[in-house]
Design a protein around this ligand. Sequence first.
Ligand SMILES: C[S@@+](CC[C@H](N)C(=O)[O-])C[C@H]1O[C@@H](n2cnc3c(N)ncnc32)[C@H](O)[C@@H]1O
Length: 155
Amino acid sequence: MRIDIVAVGRLKKGPESALVGDYLDRFARTGRGLGLPPATLHEIEDRRGGGMAAEAELLVRAIPAGAALVVLDERGEQPTSPEFAARLAGYRDAARDLCLMIGGADGLDPALRARADWQISLGRMVWPHMLVRAMLAEQLYRAATILAGSPYHRT
Ligand SMILES: C[S@@+](CC[C@H](N)C(=O)[O-])C[C@H]1O[C@@H](n2cnc3c(N)ncnc32)[C@H](O)[C@@H]1O
């Protein structure tokens, strides 16, 4: 199994990138004993400004063949953290690669959202995509702690 986070835009060094790095490190450490690989972040940028369709083309190319595509979108399902953890364990147990995708300022192309295996929302409000990276990284770490039975997730 591999886990990729494919995200639009380049995150400069700063508090958000430090937060993302910290949670991804924690996820890697906790996931190691659970058979979960570290998550790798891939940043996608359409330098030619070709619009949403051109951006979607670059995003599609970054999806590993056969991977389950989980897109982050405010209109998606709102799983609980234990539900998210159970899905993660399901992909691991099925030896299925997982590709988590975050859109840019204009969001993800509707065709891309339609082909996703799962659309998940972090709430109905729209968050800046750089913060969404940190929130997703935290949920991966939280999921690993849930699967490990550690006390980080208390409810
Ligand atoms: C600034 S938002 C784009 C909003 C855009 N208006 C749209 O229609 O999707 C950038 C990206 O952050 C992610 N995002 C923002 N808010 C979210 C939320 N509440 N739940 C899940 N993902 C979210 C999505 O991947 C989205 O494509």
